[in-house]
Design a protein. Structure first.
Length: 426
């Protein structure tokens, strides 16, 4: 079997486009790396490789350039080429372009969409500006950080107070900028909420908050590639001469920051930043969550949130077809493990995804926003890894038609499940 895998890897390498010159765009190599759960997987992350949210038995997958396989071998791993992605070419786009890569909406289009929905449905929707992206704070472009609250409005609804009358479901996309499926799922969810009769009754008793793009500076970089999107994961804060700039916003949150699955190397795709909560995008999200949810959990890793906790938070990522829940920094169980596990299994049951803690299915990673939400507030929080690892609609960059035909039919029932569970999650 190993011989067959090696032969396939060699053929993939031979049939792939030739590597670009050192001063031109570089192809991205996806490498299959034997790294069983436990020390081997955690060491791989600790070395700073771009380890994808995907596992196949004992194998993890690493994205890199034509030199990454040699670096992995030098570190004691045995990589094989899984596939080769073409280089991103930053083809110029017209200033007014609303889409890229066959139909995916730009960050400008996403923000305009929120205002359009609010103007068209004032009885349902309210737009909230909850902060600024890093580039905007530096006066070098950037964007507002915006959310939309959707509910059948009554007095007190959509106000920034944790004592609001209705439970709240919070859904966000593109915290990792290159995970373009998630922004599209957020767009579709917003339109669905204001148009679908079957969701109307739920909106009488629930607020739904959606942040379609949590990392707008990163998305600017992604969409700059046009028909070959740039695989930017992080935000835009930082410098790096040998890799992508930025901080991984899903390693920067102040819950067990700086531990497993993160890196101090500013060129690493899992660079955690200079300190916990250093990034303005993370600070803004945490501030917003504290305004939306009551704190119902005592300090300590084993304390449980109280039974009267309401709400839930979903962070959509890609890919792997997983529903993940805290803790992510360890395989230790939370005080509400049974309830979190039940909610995750219910969502997985309607989508065909697998449910579990990150360390049960992938690897442990610290500083994630879902851990922070549960740690700080006691609110149930989940990561969805949307999309298969292979096939036409798999990976980071599926054709746009896959969103309507493949991903949305799975994600919508999960969202409905989450809406229902948010009323009394525990």
């Amino acid at each position: 079997m190993r011989t067959a895998v090696a032969l396939i890897a060699c053929l993939a390498l031979l049939l792939s486009p030739a590597p670009a010159p050192a001063d031109g765009p570089q192809a991205t190599y996806v490498l299959r790396v034997p790294a069983p759960l436990g020390d081997s997987a955690q060491r791989l992350l600790g070395l700073g490789y771009d380890v994808l949210e995907q596992r196949d038995g004992d194998d993890l997958f690493v994205a890199g350039d034509r030199n990454t396989a040699d670096e992995l071998r030098a570190d004691g791993y045995r990589p094989a080429v899984e596939r080769v992605l073409p280089p991103s070419r930053r083809a110029p786009r017209s200033v007014g372009d609303a889409t890229y890569y066959g139909g995916y909406r730009t960050i400008t289009a996403h923000l305009a969409h929120l205002d359009q929905v609010s103007a068209a449905h004032p009885e349902l929707a309210t737009v909230v500006d909850y902060g600024d992206s890093w580039r905007k704070t530096q006066g070098s472009g950037g964007h507002d950080l915006k959310a939309i609250c959707i509910t059948r409005k009554k007095p007190g609804d959509c106000e920034l107070t944790p004592t609001a009358p209705k439970p709240r479901l919070f859904v966000m996309g593109q915290l990792h900028a290159r995970e373009i499926t998630t922004g599209d799922m957020a767009w579709r969810f917003i339109d669905d909420l204001v148009a679908s009769a079957d969701l109307a009754a739920l909106l009488d008793e629930l607020e739904v908050w959606v942040v379609p793009i949590a990392n707008p500076d990163g998305v600017d970089i992604v969409e700059s590639g046009g028909d070959t999107p740039v695989l930017q994961r992080k935000n835009a804060n930082g410098t790096c001469t040998s890799g992508p700039r930025g901080v991984d916003l899903n390693r920067n949150a102040g819950s067990h920051w700086g531990e497993a699955g993160s890196s101090a190397n500013q060129c690493s795709e899992v660079h955690r930043g200079t300190r916990a909560d250093s990034e303005v995008e993370v600070q803004a999200l945490e501030s917003l969550w504290r305004k939306l949810y009551r704190d119902t959990r005592a300090p300590g890793d084993t304390a449980a949130a109280t039974q009267d906790t309401t709400g839930a938070v979903i962070s959509m990522h890609s890919y792997g077809d997983y529903v993940l829940f805290p803790w992510g920094w360890s395989t230790q169980k939370t005080g509400n493990d049974a309830a979190l596990r039940k909610m995750a299994q219910d969502m997985a049951a309607v989508s065909g995804f697998r449910a579990g803690q990150p360390g049960e299915l992938l690897y442990n990673a610290s500083g994630a926003t879902d851990d922070w939400v549960y740690d700080d507030l006691g609110v149930p929080s989940f990561v969805w890894e949307i999309g298969a690892s292979s096939g036409r609609c798999g990976g980071f960059l599926p054709p746009f038609s896959c969103q309507q035909d493949v991903h949305w039919p799975k994600v919508r029932p999960m969202l409905v499940s989450a809406m229902k569970a948010a009323k009394r999650p525990y």
